[in-house]
Write a protein of this length. Structure first.
Length: 172
């Protein structure tokens, strides 16, 4: 896919937002794919400034969340609403895609497609301490996000939660 509208350099090209590019990356990886992103160099061989900005912003996001992307595999149900699932070994990642660029993590994330193993810690990548979580009466996993994290999140655009998969899920 192109970062802008053109496969080659075009002055004033319309570049996709970092938000959209990160969401595309997460969605593609969650389905088992690889994301090849094209950037056309300028006539002097340099990359356009807006493209470099986007790559730096994606790199900052990957520095926090790369563990949920690099070397992962898809795991059913792949996507549930605004959450994309990936896995690596016995770990699963629930990656919450924010609806807009300014949205931070919500006060709680709820999903039912995968279940953390009993006693598993749930971590938001980029945050050292585990988060509180439980299974509600409907069988959904509810992860609580402290206000301190919501006020100063480790990244933007999407948030990856890591947990150990329940044995029944691990056999998929």
């Amino acid at each position: 896919m192109t970062m802008g509208d053109q496969w080659s350099y075009k002055p004033g090209d319309n570049y996709k937002s970092t938000h959209k590019l990160i969401h595309l990356l997460v969605d593609i990886v969650g389905k088992g794919g690889n994301f090849l992103l094209n950037v056309g160099p300028q006539p002097d061989g340099r990359l356009p400034e807006r493209a470099v900005e986007r790559m730096n912003e994606i790199g900052a996001w990957m520095k926090v969340n790369g563990e949920a992307i690099y070397g992962t595999r898809p795991i059913a149900p792949y996507k549930e609403g605004d959450i994309v699932f990936t896995r690596k070994g016995k770990s699963a990642y629930a990656i919450y895609l924010t609806r807009n660029e300014s949205e931070g993590p919500q006060d709680r994330i709820v999903f039912s497609g995968l279940k953390p193993a009993p006693g598993s810690e749930v971590h938001l990548l980029g945050v050292a301490d585990p988060l509180s979580w439980n299974t509600n009466a409907a069988g959904e996993t509810v992860v609580e996000i402290p206000r301190s994290i919501a006020a100063s999140p480790p990244c933007h655009h999407a948030f990856a939660f890591k947990f150990t998969i329940a044995e029944s899920e691990n056999s998929h």
